[in-house]
Ligand binder design. Structure first.
Ligand code: TRP
Length: 467
């Protein structure tokens, strides 16, 4: 076997996997879904799915990876189930597509960091001008993708693990710093109350569906990213406990992001509930409203808080893009026997090209801005189309197939045996994981995949108005 590399330490592995999980999803999307979905009521639904549904899928991915020491395609083959190898290819496709547009949003964050560092707080009022400035975005995204490729090209221990060990502590420090600062703002507690007051009347089918999709995406599941990371884990690691730690870390950072964001919202609206509801609804908040808020802190303080925030967002995205790029890279290294450095730069270049239409889809080019219409979605731009395809459809479908594969093709006893390696005798969590992967995950992920396809692509509401 060629030398594929390995994580040097358990902590390094956990930081890298947590780095994959903690991303734009946590900081950009989570707080606003909480705001729109009934505050603490949404958080409860989210936590429920993270632990009951996502955690077992995470253990399954890690187990498949560690058992076979292969990328998702090679892993299925190595287990002797050539006919199921489509799961691996679906994962590759998801990674390719997600990374192609994720890089663009990451480039916005990176660009905002630079702008605010230069004192340009007006950038929030020129969001569209900024995102349609393809020269700028092209440049920022090349730098971002280049950085990602550089880290991945340096290998698992010397690249991915090292980057995670440096960036994750900084990221945590930034989050805590910003939360503490946000809590000192006027009306901070009103914001927190708005964030966390449970409003169970908001919980309907759509909110449940959102919470589920968010949990799944946030934990980097469904495309074999964690199969790939699992393939670099040593056999004395307890993967059940590792998965629990990764899940907890991801959930905690998302939660903290809310504690930082809602005081900002409350500060801006002077604690006016109605306005808070309006402002916090859109994902545009971060790119359009926040810079103005930072400006109002005045001078140097505004630059420090604003630049820290967008650097945090950039770092969070960076450790996630590393994991997305690692999947196709590992495939090239393992299956096509192409040397790692070369593999990395080839894949990164290809994905960059695939991302260009997304880059041009926020107003630069009409064809990509109004790309396609499905009965259930209205007109989508190219970026949203790729998101619908990859995030909303391929990921739950991939998770469904991984669950079925683990429980019924690879089989539950083999899965249990792999979990036991490094864990000693299985406790309650291991038992639950075996049960969930056989029954809970296939059913819930099956329903989610079906609902997504029928509601969005076909415009057929199969849930009787529930979703
Ligand atoms: N989890 C990351 C986020 O929350 C995104 C991400 C990275 C991802 N790797 C992934 C999502 C693999 C799905 C699959 O932003």
């Amino acid at each position: 076997m060629t030398n594929r590399g390995q994580f040097n330490s358990r902590l390094g592995f956990i930081l890298a996997a947590a780095g994959s999980a903690v991303g734009l999803g946590n900081i950009w999307k989570f707080p606003f879904e909480v705001g729109a979905g009934g505050g603490a009521a949404f958080v409860l639904v989210y936590l429920f799915f993270a632990f009951v549904l996502c955690f077992p899928v995470m253990v399954a991915e890690l187990a498949i990876g560690r058992k076979t020491q292969r990328n998702p395609v090679g892993a299925i083959k190595a287990l002797g189930h050539q006919r199921w190898v489509g799961i691996g290819y679906l994962g590759l496709a998801s990674g390719f597509l997600i990374l192609s547009f994720y890089t663009i949003v990451a480039a916005w964050a990176f660009g905002y960091f630079v702008e605010i560092l230069l004192g340009n707080f007006e950038i929030g009022n020129h969001f569209t001008a900024f995102t349609t400035n393809w020269l700028k975005i092209g440049l920022f995204s090349i730098v971002f993708m280049g950085g990602t490729a550089y880290v991945v090209s340096q290998g698992v221990g010397g690249g991915i693990e090292r980057a995670a060990k440096i960036l994750m502590p900084i990221l945590l420090f930034f989050v805590l710093f910003l939360v503490l600062y946000a809590l000192t703002l006027p009306h901070a507690l009103t914001g927190i109350e708005f964030y966390l007051r449970p409003d169970f009347s908001k919980i309907n089918g759509e909110v449940i569906y959102k919470a589920l999709g968010q949990a799944f995406f946030s934990l980097s599941l469904g495309m074999g990213a964690l199969i790939t990371y699992g393939s670099y884990v040593s056999r004395d690691t307890d993967i059940v406990r590792a998965a629990a730690v990764i899940t907890l870390t991801d959930v905690s950072i998302a939660f903290l992001a809310g504690l930082m964001m809602f005081p900002f919202v409350a500060y801006m609206t002077e604690g006016d509930l109605l306005q808070m509801r309006e402002v916090s609804g859109g994902a545009g908040f971060i790119f359009m409203t926040l810079p103005g808020i930072f400006q109002s802190f005045g001078g140097l303080l505004g630059v420090i808080i604003g630049a820290t925030f967008f650097l945090l967002l950039t770092f969070a995205a960076f450790t996630s893009t590393i994991s997305l790029l690692e999947v196709p890279t590992a495939y090239m290294v393992d299956e096509l026997k192409i040397e790692r450095k070369r593999s990395t730069w080839i894949v990164a270049g290809l994905i960059y090209l695939v991302g260009i239409p997304s880059m041009l889809s926020t107003g630069s080019v009409d064809f990509f801005t109004q790309f396609i219409t499905f009965p259930g979605t209205g007109t989508l731009n190219f970026m949203d189309f790729v998101g619908l395809l990859a995030n909303d459809t391929f990921l739950p479908l991939g998770g469904l197939l991984i669950s079925i594969f683990t429980a019924y093709v690879w089989r539950r006893n083999n899965f249990a045996a792999e979990i036991a390696v490094g864990a000693g005798k299985g406790g309650f969590l291991s038992m639950y994981v075996g049960f969930a992967i056989s029954y809970v995950c296939p059913v819930i992920l099956g329903v989610i995949t079906l609902v997504t396809i029928c509601n969005n692509f076909l415009g057929v509401d199969i849930s009787g108005g529930l979703f």
